[in-house]
Design a protein around this ligand. Structure first.
Ligand SMILES: C[S@@+](CC[C@H](N)C(=O)[O-])C[C@H]1O[C@@H](n2cnc3c(N)ncnc32)[C@H](O)[C@@H]1O
Length: 338
């Protein structure tokens, strides 16, 4: 059966060309993705299959079934030869699970533009482009010095012998900040049917977590979470939380508020603000892709070398924002006053 593509998409058909590079933005921000060529407004940048899928709950409150599913998803991603790439992509999560960051020598082949293991199946390949369906990974712009400085900071978070609770808490924090809410197409089993479900963890101080269906899930705190002490509830939403090897590395940029109608102010606002948008599942440009795949599209013209960003859409993000919009205001970090 042939797929009928929307006219807008046909005008901007995905190119089998280098799309993104990985870089380090800074110690506080970590990795980011950078355009590997110029893109025009509405151009399709890449399309990627998920790396991990877990249960979603609206507030990412720490109920046992949610934490169990996140931890299982992480373990599954590590298994079958995936440890090197998953650890390199998400070193903080690895450190909190007792896995030290990769050495520069081990990281090098994984950061390269092509897989060094051409004969293995896509899911076993150790390179950042392995889950891409369209758009090519173009390698890394990270220097040895940048990498070693970054992982020295990550190593401080290394837990020598993490308990099961430490590991699950690390996964909960990770999913809050890196996962996308994706509408589910099939039903999930009730919590009672999930094998080896651990007992709920002891309570810690609760926090309010906001989520947005069109943003990576972020929270107001990485240090605390509301914990259910009763029977693990079956999540009531019809969504999954998905992590992407590249899509989850795109950083936030604030859309600056503007009441001005001046063309100059509006242009500056657009130039500085987020340059990408994303879709998952059957909507608009993405209607031809599989349900949990993410499509990244240029929101405006993008120059080669520019960092790709989108607006996470939250007031409470759980980090001090270092985006170009915030850095460009004389008030300094402005997320809190948007
Ligand atoms: C979805 S991840 C993006 C990839 C991340 N930079 C990394 O290295 O794994 C979201 C996390 O990146 C960091 N981040 C993203 N945008 C940021 C920004 N504008 N300012 C500071 N940190 C940011 C925060 O730590 C946030 O929790």
């Amino acid at each position: 059966m042939s797929i009928i593509l929307p006219a807008r998409f046909l005008r901007n058909a995905p190119k089998d060309a280098p799309a993104v590079r990985i870089g380090l933005v800074g110690a506080g921000v970590g990795y980011g993705l950078f355009a590997a060529r110029d893109f025009t407004k509405d151009e399709f940048i890449f399309h990627e299959a998920p790396l991990m899928t877990a249960l979603f709950n609206e507030k990412f409150s720490a109920d046992a079934s949610l934490m169990h599913s996140q931890y299982q998803a992480y373990k599954a991603a590590l298994a079958d030869g995936g440890q090197d790439i998953v650890t390199l992509a998400f070193p903080m999560l690895a450190a909190r699970n007792g896995i030290p960051p990769a050495s520069w020598e081990d990281a090098g082949p994984i950061f390269s533009a092509e897989s060094t293991e051409p004969d293995v199946t896509s899911s076993r390949k150790k390179f950042f482009g392995r889950n891409l369906v369209h758009g090519r990974f173009a390698g890394s712009i990270i220097t040895r010095e940048e990498y070693e400085t970054y992982v020295a900071g990550v190593s401080e978070m290394l837990i020598a012998n993490p308990t099961e609770e430490d590991r699950q808490k690390a996964c909960l924090d990770f999913f809050k900040h890196y996962a996308f809410q994706v509408k589910r197409t099939t039903a999930i089993p009730p919590a009672s049917d999930i094998p080896h479900l651990p007992s709920p963890s002891p309570p810690v101080s609760p926090t309010i977590v906001t989520t947005n269906t069109l943003s990576p899930i972020t929270s107001s705190s990485t240090a605390s979470a509301s914990i259910s002490t009763s029977t693990p509830p079956t999540p009531t939403t019809n969504s999954d939380a998905c992590i992407y090897l590249l899509g989850s590395l795109i950083n936030h940029c604030c859309t600056s508020p503007s009441t001005s109608s001046s063309a100059y102010v509006m242009r500056k606002r657009t130039e500085r603000g987020p340059n990408c948008e994303w879709r998952i599942g059957a909507s608009g440009l993405a209607h031809f892709v599989k349900p949990k795949h993410i499509c990244v599209q240029a929101k405006r013209d993008i120059k080669e070398g520019e960092q790709l960003t989108w607006d996470y859409g939250k007031k409470e993000k759980g980090f001090v924002c270092e985006c170009a919009t915030c850095r460009g205001t004389f008030m300094g970090y402005c997320c809190g006053v948007l």
